[in-house]
Design a protein around this ligand. Structure first.
Ligand code: NAP
Length: 465
C-alpha cells in the first residue's frame, strides 16, 4: 500500500527536539498531499535543545522562538517522547522496526579541545560545560567552577565565548532578571572574578563574534571592556582584505573594537580584556594541579592559497595569571550508537542529509540527518531551517522512489508500546506544558521570567509522580 496517504501515513522518527528537529517536523507537515505522523524523541525530559540549554539566559528574546515550536507540537500528528535516549533506552534497530524514515538532529553535545599541555588542570573547563551548568542542564548541575578566582580567561572569540564572558562579568542584579539556573545565580553572585581575558588567535577583522553581540559587551552595568589600541589596529593583510571586500559587517566590528580601545577607565569593578593575535600554548599549574597561568604566543597572520588569513606563531611569548580557563573553540557532535560517524569532523556521515554507509558509500535507506550533527556547529538558530529543508527534500525524493524502510510494526500504538516498555517514565508534551507553567509561576514569584527545574526528580515531583 502506498505510504504517505491517509490510509497509510508516513511514519517519521525525529531524534532530538532542538530547533532543527522542529524545523524538520514543520517542513514535513507543510508538504502537500503527504499524510505524515511524527514522533520526536529527546534524551532530556524537556524539549528545545540549545534554545533551553545553550542560548544565554540574558538573551530571553531569542528564546521566544519556542512559541513557533509549540504550534508545531500542537498538531494532532505530532508526539513527543522526552527522557528517552536512543542508544540506551532504545536502539536505532528499534526505530527501524517502527518508522519509515528517521532523522537524527542530535546537535553537537560536546566541545573541541585545544590540544595543549595543562588543559586537564583543575580550573580549566570547556565553555560548553559552563554554558550547560548556568542554563540548568540536568547533566551539568553538579559541576563546580571556582569563582573564588579573580582572573579568568576565555579562549576563542566566537559568540559562545562572548556569552561566557558576559555571564562572568554581569552583576547579580543583571542576572536575576534572567532564567539562569538558581544555583548558578547564587554562585555567580558570590563571584570574585575581577578580570576576564577573551583571547582570539587571529585579528579583530577575523573574529567570529557578530556585531550585536560585541556591542552588547560595551553595555554591561559594572564591567568595562578594554582593547589595547595596538590590538584594535589591523595588520596590513587584513587592511588590504577589508579594502578589497568592503565587507560592511567586518568594518562595523573593527570600528566597534576601535571605539572600545578609546574608552577610558570608568570606575566599573570588572574588566573584560579582548585580546587578539595570541594563542595559548600551555596552561601552567601549581603543586596542587590548579591552573595559575596561561602561556601565550603572539601570532602573525599569513595568507593561505585559498585567500584565508590564518595565524602563524612568532617567537614572542607572554604569561598571564589566570585561575580559571574556559576553552570556547567550538562544539563537537557525539556518535550515536549504530549510526555512521565521521570522527574527525564530529558529524554523521551524510550527503545533503542522507546518512551514508561508509562501507558501500551509498545512502542508508530511510536514515537522514539535519542541523549541527549534519554540517557541524555553525550558524544561528534560523540557519537550521533551510538545512532541515534540504534533508526533508531528500526524504521526499526517496519516498517517491519508495526507497524507505519497511518497518514490521508501523502502527503508532506499536511505537507507544515500545516506549512504555523501554522507558515507562517518559515525558510527553503535555507533561512539558505543565512543567513550563510551573517554571513560569515559580519565576513570577521572584520577578524572574522562569525558575527552571534542573533535575529530573524535581520534574517528576512537580508532575505529582
Ligand atoms: P565559532 O563561532 O566557530 O567560534 C570558535 C572560536 O574558536 C573562533 O574564534 C576560532 O578562531 C576559535 N578557535 C578554534 N580553534 C582554536 C584554537 N585551537 N585555539 C584558539 N582559538 C581557536 O563557535 P562558537 O562560538 O562555539 O559558536 C558556535 C555557533 O553558534 C556559531 O555559529 C555562533 O555564531 C553560534 N552562536 C550564536 C549566538 C548568537 O547568535 N547570539 C550565540 C552563541 C552561539 P578562528 O576563527 O581563528 O578559527
Amino acid at each position: 500500500m502506498e505510504v504517505g496517504t491517509d490510509a497509510n501515513p508516513l511514519r517519521v522518527a525525529i531524534i532530538g527536539s532542538g530547533p532543527t528537529g522542529f524545523y524538520a517536523a514543520e517542513h514535513l507537515m507543510k508538504r502537500e498531499r503527504l499524510a505524515v505522523e511524527i514522533d520526536m524523541y529527546d534524551r532530556l525530559p524537556t524539549p528545545f535543545g540549545l534554545v533551553r540549554g545553550g542560548v544565554a539566559p540574558d538573551h530571553q528574546k531569542i528564546k521566544t522562538v519556542t512559541k513557533a515550536y509549540d504550534r508545531i507540537a500542537a498538531k494532532p500528528n505530532f508526539r513527543f517522547y522526552g527522557y528517552v535516549e536512543i542508544g540506551t533506552d532504545m536502539t536505532v534497530g528499534d526505530l527501524r522496526d517502527h518508522y519509515h524514515q528517521i532523522i537524527y538532529c542530535t546537535g553537537a553535545q560536546t566541545d573541541r579541545d585545544m590540544g595543549i599541555p595543562g588543559e586537564d588542570l583543575k580550573g580549566s573547563h570547556a565553555a560548553t560545560e559552563f554554558v550547560a551548568w548556568y542554563n540548568g542542564h540536568p547533566d551539568y548541575r553538579n559541576f563546580e567552577f571556582d569563582l573564588s578566582q579573580e582572573r579568568a580567561a576565555v579562549i576563542g572569540v566566537g559568540n559562545v565565548a562572548v556569552d561566557v564572558c558576559r555571564i562572568l562579568c554581569r552583576t547579580s542584579e543583571e542576572l536575576a532578571k534572567t532564567d539562569i539556573a538558581d544555583y548558578a545565580l547564587e554562585a555567580l553572585s558570590k563571584s570574585c572574578i575581577k578580570e576576564v581575558h577573551m583571547v582570539g588567535r587571529r585579528g579583530p577583522a577575523q573574529a567570529a563574534f557578530s556585531n550585536p553581540e560585541i556591542k552588547e559587551l560595551g553595555e554591561m552595568a559594572d564591567a568595562t571592556v578594554c582593547v589595547l589600541p595596538e590590538d584594535a589596529e589591523l595588520d596590513p593583510l587584513s587592511r588590504d582584505k577589508l579594502e578589497a571586500t568592503q565587507d560592511k559587517a567586518m568594518m562595523k566590528k573593527v570600528a566597534t573594537l576601535k571605539e572600545f580601545s578609546r574608552r577610558g577607565s570608568n570606575g566599573k569593578s570588572r574588566r573584560l580584556r579582548l585580546r587578539f593575535l595570541a594563542s595559548p600554548v600551555e596552561l601552567v599549574g601549581d603543586a596542587a594541579g590548579q591552573v595559575v597561568k596561561m602561556r601565550l604566543v603572539r601570532n602573525e597572520l599569513h595568507e593561505q592559497e585559498d585567500g584565508a588569513l590564518r595565524p602563524k606563531p612568532t617567537d614572542r611569548f607572554e604569561e598571564v595569571d589566570v585561575g580559571l580557563v574556559f576553552r570556547s573553540v567550538g562544539y563537537r557532535g557525539v556518535r550515536l550508537p549504530g549510526v555512521p560517524f565521521h570522527e574527525k569532523w564530529g558529524v554523521i556521515l551524510n550527503e545533503k542529509g542522507r546518512v551514508m554507509d561508509p562501507d558501500t558509500n551509498q545512502p542508508m535507506v530511510g536514515e537522514y540527518t539535519a542541523g549541527w550533527i549534519k554540517r557541524g556547529p555553525s550558524g544561528i538558530i534560523g540557519t537550521n531551517k533551510p538545512d532541515a529543508l534540504e534533508t526533508v527534500n531528500c526524504m521526499m525524493e526517496d519516498l517517491k522512489e519508495s526507497s524507505i524502510l519497511n518497518p514490521s510494526r508501523p502502527q503508532p500504538e506499536a511505537a507507544e508500546e515500545m516506549v512504555r516498555r523501554s522507558k515507562p517514565d517518559f515525558f510527553s508534551y503535555e507533561d512539558w506544558h505543565r512543567l513550563d507553567e510551573c517554571e513560569m509561576a515559580r519565576g513570577k514569584e521572584l520577578n524572574r521570567p522562569r525558575l527552571k527545574f534542573t533535575c529530573v526528580e524535581d520534574m517528576k515531583s512537580a508532575l505529582g509522580r
